[in-house]
Design a protein around this ligand. Structure first.
Ligand SMILES: [Zn+2]
Length: 429
């Protein structure tokens, strides 16, 4: 954790000077925006997010030279309409202002020997027409590597590679765009999926050339010179931006994912009295959520009803929501009933040992069951998590004493308070 020091007078003066400069540059960029009703994507791949900032979820992606209609601007982000009709936000520093109002559509020239004109921006869409090299068309818009053109009363889509837009840069040798790794021990895999084989591991600040993008993954050139994939939620596009994940200094600023174990057909362990682990895990997580929320923190649940959620989806929920921590809620069992009792706190990453200790100290001091301390556990929900992640086993469901203790409001309230206090201490340190 970063300790915030009170800034000196000199530093404060520097900060206010800096703010004046920032405000001034914001005015200039707002002025520039009013000149343009659309922007052209200058980055190889551009993330479209559901809000004006890097912390918002990526809802779509746009390719180089795509033209996006601008609706609004906020904090150097543009609210744009995609050709699909979807609305999202893009970083202003990755696009260029252009004006493509109806009166000023650009002309384009077909550069392929033959190019199909399709009904939609999709390789499987119906072919409306075929045009020859050097055919001149009017460029209407572009999206995901496709350019919408109109000519001779036909309007359709041609692959952008097959069209040269007049006035557009002819410099095809522009350097590949780079991305910077944001998270520690980021995996570069041989497929655009978390089940792909591991090719190499990268550390924050490492940059890679972007070759292409696929779903939520970037195709990159690995250190060995081969092709690999990295998840877009652990990287920042560009190499100049500092790899800066905002540091949470109090629980109230944090987003916590709570993961009630099991659900649906997966009942989890079953108690001597027929209690299902999935049922009390959900009730306990709901109590923890309510308690954490009293601090102002945001809580996301991987499930809120009796449904089955895959382990990879649970693990990925922290990435998806930009969460700061992940807690999986479970109850233990033994083969033979009534042979074990008590609670355990599991971590997978060595980096999470402090987190485990801080949280477990609170459980140890306030819970009515024996505390077995922190333990290493190779659980998928922890292993595939990019945020600090713990799995809590909050008592043995097939121990008569534990079973009657853990399924009570009193126990749930104690757990909720202990977990919340543990998180408060964790973020305060
Ligand atoms: Zn379990």
């Amino acid at each position: 954790m970063t300790v915030t020091k009170r800034p000196s007078k000199k530093k404060l003066m520097f900060i206010s000077l800096l703010s004046i400069l920032l405000i001034a540059s914001a005015i200039v960029s707002t002025y520039a925006l009013t000149q343009a009703n659309s922007v052209k994507v200058t980055a190889e791949v551009l993330n479209v997010r559901n809000g004006p900032g890097l912390s918002y979820d990526i809802i779509s992606q746009s390719r180089k030279n795509d033209r996006l209609k601008v609706i609004a601007e906020e904090n150097k982000w543009y609210k744009v309409t995609l050709t699909s009709g979807e609305i999202g936000w893009v970083a202003s520093w990755l696009v260029e202002n252009v004006d493509v109002s109806a009166a000023s559509n650009s002309n384009g020239k077909v550069v392929a020997t033959l190019a199909n004109v399709r009904a939609n921006a999709d390789i499987n869409a119906t072919v409306l027409d075929t045009v020859n090299k050097n055919k001149t068309v009017t460029v209407v818009s572009s999206q995901n590597g496709w350019t919408q053109v109109t000519y001779d009363k036909i309007t359709g889509w041609i692959k952008s590679d097959f069209i040269k837009v007049e006035g557009a840069s002819t410099d095809d040798t522009t350097a590949l765009q780079k991305l910077t790794i944001r998270e520690a021990n980021t995996n570069i895999r041989d497929e655009a999926s978390i089940s792909g084989n591991l090719l190499e591991t990268a550390q924050p600040g490492t940059t890679y050339d972007i070759i292409d993008s696929k779903d939520s993954w970037y195709e990159v050139k690995t250190t060995a010179g081969t092709t690999g994939y990295v998840a877009n939620w652990v990287v920042t596009v560009g190499e100049n931006e500092q790899a800066a994940t905002p540091t949470v200094t109090s629980l109230s600023e944090a987003t916590i994912v709570l993961d009630p174990g099991h659900g649906g057909n997966d009942t989890g362990a079953i108690g001597n009295n027929g209690t299902y682990e999935k049922t009390i895990a959900l009730k306990t997580a709901a109590a923890i959520k309510a308690q954490i929320e009293t601090t102002g923190a945001k809580v996301i649940m991987t499930r809120t009803d009796d449904s089955y959620i895959g382990l990879a989806t649970r693990a990925n929920s922290t990435n998806k929501h930009g969460a700061d921590a992940f807690l999986s809620i479970h109850f233990d069992s033994t083969e033979e009933p009534n042979t074990a009792s008590g609670t355990s706190t599991y971590y997978y990453n060595d980096n999470d040992q402090d987190f485990a200790t801080t949280l477990n100290t609170q459980l140890e001091t306030s819970m009515p069951l024996e505390n077995h301390g922190i333990k290493y556990g190779d659980f998928q929900v922890l292993r595939e998590n990019t945020a600090p992640a713990l799995l809590l086993e909050l008592g043995y469901i097939n121990n008569g004493y534990d079973e009657t203790t853990i399924d009570t409001d009193d126990y749930r309230q104690k757990v909720a308070q202990a977990v919340t206090n543990g998180l408060i201490n964790y973020y305060a340190n």
